[in-house]
Design a protein around this ligand. Sequence first.
Ligand code: F0G
Length: 439
Amino acid sequence: MTSESERELHLQRAHYNTFLLESRHVIIDLLTDSGTSAMSSDQWSVMMKGDESYAGARSWQNMEKAVHDLTGYPYIIPTHQGRAAESILYSLLGGKDKVFISNTHFDTTRANIEYSGARAIDCLIPEGKDPSRIYPFKGNLDVDQLERLIREHGAGNIGAVILTVTNNSGGGQPVSMANARSIREICRQNKVMFLLDCCRIAENSYFIATREEGYDKKSFREIAQEMFSLADGAIMSAKKDGLVNMGGFIATKDKRIAEACTNLLIIREGFTTYGGLSGRDMEAIAQGLTEVFDKDYLHYRIRSTTYLGEKLTAMGVPIVKPVGGHAVYIDAKSFYRHIPVEQYPGQALVCDLYLAGGIRSVEIGSVMFGKYDLEGKLIPAEMELVRLAIPRRVYTQSHIDYVIETFGFIKEMKAGSRGLKIVYEPPFLRHFTAHFERI
Ligand code: F0G
């Protein structure tokens, strides 16, 4: 526990950037759902059987089988986390003149693509850009725009189409099977590679089962398997729906790509049968990928996220609706109307949540995705969101009720809240290390 005056000091020392806080100074940590899950007793017990052999470990065979059984893809490449998989795959598929198209590129995805010299274009349906609009699959990719973009840039220049399920940067919103099927067709006709960024595919499957016609009788796992069957490959950060603290993989149907990735893997991550992972990590992933499709687990998970969203809505806090899978996203642009986007209303709310309740959250708006024009003026992001990401199997309803109470204080004091300016930023992924000052 910390007092408000202590938190003021901690926040100043962290340059008003919650990534720079020490975790012991945080009461409720909603910074991310990534790597923050509590592992089950079954996961801990299989870890005891971790085979730490350098090559051909049994633990690798267990992980490979689990990923293969889920995805149906023949080539599986282990990595230590999602961005390591991205760095390997997109440095091969990317390069100058290449264009990648996604519903919304996650920040590390965009950074890895741009670092290769390629362009990353977001192509979300208009419904997905309006936080208050109720629509069942706000994570869908705009297929008309996709066809236009392929024509405009030439199919040969498209590095890949990446469907992010659920759409993290767009509010954790799900993607429908119908949308994945249309993308499959367009990619097939144009001979363009279709990839899934599948780190929250179990949660996405829950939404398909409950919202899309024809899927209510299928298991969550079968739904995920159907989606995998439509794509050519996938990248996964297992730190989300793998229910582990560390891990990831590339999975593909394409032998040539798999061979090229393997060469880079050995240079950057490790040998083909462990990537950047310990044997015990691979055991935990194999078990986690099974547990995550449990119907009671997924129901409880999605219902508890929705609970927070419903309570905030009842209090008049504007959120992205309907509530997504892993997080509640506050629409800071409309909640903090008195702060212009150039002064980062999302970051102001992030700081206020920490000050008022010791709650750590993250801005997903112009701090994360803003760019500058030639005159150095901010080109803002589409939305100014603040994400309250819920770690899996960690917090109880009373913790979440505390978060809701804190919003009561925020509502009372928000008129006095001031915006921020950036006083230091690195060239890539600036939100992680930027320094701010209050205006
Ligand atoms: N893709 C998506 C959709 C993600 O949400 C993340 C990570 C990654 C790729 C990269 O995976 O962290 O294992 O390297 N998202 C975390 C988050 C960091 O907080 O949303 P990673």
